[in-house]
Design a protein around this ligand. Structure first.
Ligand SMILES: Cc1ncc(COP(=O)(O)O)c(C=O)c1O
Length: 249
C-alpha cells in the first residue's frame, strides 16, 4: 500500500457509520479513540459466548481462557517482551496508582528521592508526588520555560548525589508535543542507580514501542487510545518486577 486507503480505514470503525454520531466530527482522540470493528466483534463474542470463569472444563471457558492468553501473548510480542511482563489494568491512572503503592513499600525507610517532571500528565505525576507522605524526597525535573523541553543536563544535576531511586517522565508530552529520547534518558537515570517509569499514553497511538530498546523499567499506555478496549497496559522489566512487593491477591 503506497497510500492510506481512507475508505477502507473508515469501514473498520463502526462509529463512523452510526446515525447517532453522524452530526459531529470526532476530534476527541486524546480522550480515547473509537475501537475498531475487530475489537468490537471480539468483545461482543467474549461477552456473549465466553464470559465465564476461564479455563474450566467446557468449551466456552476454554475459549475464554485461550483468548485471554492470546491477548497477553500478542501484546507482549508487539512490545518485544515476555507475557509475564505485561499487566492489564482499568486505566493508566489505575496502573500507576497500584505501581506507586508497590514503590512506596519498596522505598520505605531508605532515605530515597524520586524525580518527577512538570511535563507529565497527572497520571504519572500525582501518585509519585504523594510518596512525600512516606518520607521520600520528591524532586521536580522542570521543563525549559522557553521551549517546553526537558533538558537531560538538568536531570543529571538532580541525580548527582546518588539518592534518586526512581525517575518518571513521559515518552511524548501532550502538553508541549515534545517527544523525549527515552533510551538516552533511561541510560542516564539507570547509570545513577534509578529505575525509570515512562508514560507512553500520548506516544502509543503513533506506534507501539520496542520495550527492550528503550531501556526503561516500566512503560505504560492506554489501549483505549489505540483503537482497543478500555484498559491500561503496563510493562514491567523482570528485574524491577522482582524487586517490587506483589500488589495482587
Ligand atoms: C499523557 C497521558 N498520560 C496518562 C493519561 C491517563 O490515562 P488513563 O485515562 O488510561 O488513566 C492520559 C489521559 O489522557 C494522558 O493523556
Amino acid at each position: 500500500m503506497t497510500q492510506l486507503d481512507m475508505t477502507f480505514v473508515r469501514s473498520q470503525f463502526p462509529a463512523f457509520s452510526s446515525p447517532v454520531l453522524s452530526s459531529h466530527a470526532f476530534f476527541e482522540n486524546a480522550g480515547g479513540s473509537y475501537p475498531c470493528a475487530a475489537v468490537v466483534n471480539r468483545l461482543h463474542r467474549f461477552y456473549t459466548d465466553r464470559k465465564v470463569q476461564p479455563y474450566g472444563p467446557y468449551p466456552g471457558a476454554q475459549a475464554g481462557g485461550a483468548e485471554m492468553d492470546e491477548a497477553r501473548a500478542r501484546l507482549a510480542a508487539m512490545m518485544g517482551v515476555t507475557g509475564p511482563q505485561v499487566s492489564f489494568g482499568p486505566s493508566t491512572s489505575a496502573n500507576t496508582y497500584v505501581l506507586a503503592q508497590a514503590v512506596r513499600l519498596w522505598l520505605r525507610g531508605q532515605n530515597a528521592a524520586i524525580v518527577v517532571t512538570n511535563q507529565d500528565h497527572e497520571a504519572n505525576s500525582g501518585v509519585w508526588r504523594r510518596l512525600i507522605d512516606e518520607g521520600i524526597e520528591v524532586r521536580e525535573w522542570q521543563v525549559d520555560p522557553q521551549t517546553g523541553a526537558l533538558d537531560p543536563e538538568r536531570l543529571r544535576a538532580l541525580l548527582a548525589d546518588g539518592k534518586v531511586r526512581l525517575v518518571a517522565f513521559p515518552h511524548c508530552s501532550n502538553v508541549v508535543a515534545e517527544i523525549n529520547d527515552v533510551a538516552a534518558i533511561s541510560a542516564l537515570a539507570r547509570a545513577a542507580g534509578a529505575r525509570v517509569v515512562v508514560d507512553g499514553v500520548s506516544y502509543a497511538p503513533h506506534g507501539f514501542p520496542d520495550f527492550p530498546s528503550l531501556g526503561c523499567d516500566v512503560y505504560l499506555f492506554s489501549a483505549y487510545k489505540t483503537y482497543g478496549p478500555h484498559q491500561g497496559i503496563m510493562v514491567i522489566s523482570e528485574e524491577f518486577g522482582a524487586d517490587l512487593p506483589a500488589q495482587g491477591h
